[in-house]
Design a protein around this ligand. Structure first.
Ligand SMILES: Cc1cc2nc3c(=O)[nH]c(=O)nc-3n(C[C@H](O)[C@H](O)[C@H](O)COP(=O)(O)OP(=O)(O)OC[C@H]3O[C@@H](n4cnc5c(N)ncnc54)[C@H](O)[C@@H]3O)c2cc1C
Length: 382
């Protein structure tokens, strides 16, 4: 369609399939998804699928959008708790299937792409392009849903989809973690993005972690004026689960990456002044993630100076959140293949059921769950 000049038609196809089309066009890791399996790569290079999607949807957004007609919806209503990629995608798909969807979100819609992804990677205007389109179809209620309200919502709607993501940073679990200057990564990134310019990490920043989120934190620290940014990761480069482009970018910005290094203690009086670390080696044993288990090298303790330590070792479900939903062994919400939880009529998806994922994976969960909810609603007597 793009080649034949029908860019608007191309945008409509992409947007109908993917509720976060503009956002994915901007920050989807194509190197692990579409472009890694593109047949064209056998000839020369893969087709630039992400960029083409982005070109189509942004061209359409600049021309003030195609005219959208709301779908006619039936009597069944579904509550969606969490307005991130999974929740909004589910709500959009439900509307397409003829149901009413009401999205409850404690911060307003957008999820992690709105709250946390740094603006130098995802322009807020790009997210707004998707939200403006989606809010034509679904209504949003700004409210935090606790267990009591969850109960009420279940009684008021015919089905519920829960997609509240993972809102809590995993703690380091070493002495000194409560010192001033030790900051959980979601808080660090949110304050840097939305604070009133009051985030001053100092010149020496250490980021602990080996994922994309830790690279975002390192790049943010650089942009906030830190001169020495060190990334500390307990395994080797091969075991790091990051997108190559982000790692290259961090290196280009001068981030000092210390592989096979693990923190054992945060040092300081009231304020952090350093991080004591130990060298690691990879053992022959493999953990649940399929990677070799790192073990400390005795006597290799050393101190790295720091004014701020950002903890980016993963996220988990906040304690006390949705206790009535059964958990799987890894601690996430347990669902069957059709996204149904342990409670009748309650479905779940996104990071909440799988741990940290990607936007497009959450969008896919939302879509597939909507189809299961549709089956549930049309099979049960009204
Ligand atoms: C720093 C960072 C950078 C990332 N970068 C990328 C990237 O470049 N590309 C990519 O594909 N993925 C990226 N990801 C991963 C991606 O953002 C997530 O996988 C995705 O957002 C998960 O979607 P979700 O809908 O499951 O949850 P979320 O996006 O977490 O949305 C959950 C929503 O639920 C709301 N909520 C929570 N609790 C309640 C409650 N009790 N009541 C009401 N509402 C509630 C929250 O306000 C939030 O809006 C990144 C993640 C992080 C943390």
């Amino acid at each position: 369609m793009i080649r034949s000049g029908n860019v608007r038609g191309a945008a409509e196809v992409v947007k109908t399939a993917n509720a976060f089309a503009n956002v994915c066009g901007s920050v989807c890791p194509e190197e692990i998804y579409c472009q890694s399996v593109c047949n064209r790569a056998k000839e020369d290079t893969p087709i630039a699928i992400r960029e083409l999607h982005f070109h189509a949807t942004q061209t359409e957004a600049r021309s003030q959008y195609s005219r959208v007609r709301p779908f006619s919806t039936g009597k069944k209503s579904v509550a969606v708790i969490g307005g991130g990629p999974a929740g909004l995608s589910c709500a959009f798909e439900l509307t397409k299937l003829g149901h009413r969807a009401v999205v409850y979100d404690m911060q307003g819609p957008g999820g992690v792409p709105r709250a946390t992804i740094p603006p130098f990677r995802l322009d807020n205007a790009v997210l707004r392009s998707d939200l403006r389109f989606l809010t034509t179809f679904v209504s949003i209620v700004e409210n935090r849903v606790d267990e009591k309200m969850f109960e009420t919502i279940r009684n008021e709607h015919d089905a519920v989809f829960v997609a509240v993501g993972l809102g809590k940073d995993r703690p380091l679990g070493v002495p000194g973690e409560d010192l001033n200057g030790v900051v959980p990564v979601l808080q660090f990134l949110e304050r840097a993005k939305w604070g009133s310019g009051d985030v001053k990490p100092g010149s020496k920043v250490i980021v602990v972690g080996g994922g994309n989120v830790s690279l975002d934190a390192a790049a943010t620290a650089k942009r906030l004026g830190a001169t020495d940014v060190t990334l500390v990761y307990r395994r080797g480069e091969k075991e790091m689960r990051v997108w190559k482009s982000e790692l290259q970018e961090a290196r280009a910005q001068g981030v000092d990456i210390r592989f096979l290094t693990n923190p054992v203690r945060v040092i300081g009086e009231k304020q952090v002044s350093g991080l004591e670390c130990v060298r690691m080696i990879l053992s022959g044993n493999v953990d649940a993630s399929g990677r070799p288990v790192p073990v400390p090298v005795p006597g290799s303790e050393h101190v790295l100076p720091a004014e701020t330590v950002v903890v980016a070792i993963g996220q988990e479900i906040p304690e006390g959140a949705f206790p009535s939903l059964r958990r799987a062994p890894k601690g996430y919400v347990d669902v069957g293949r059709n996204f149904a939880t342990s409670l009748k009529g309650v479905f779940a998806g996104g990071d909440l059921i799988n741990g940290e994922g990607t936007i497009v994976l959450s969008v896919a969960h939302g879509k597939e769950a909507a189809r299961s909810i549709h089956d549930y609603l049309t099979e049960s007597p009204s």
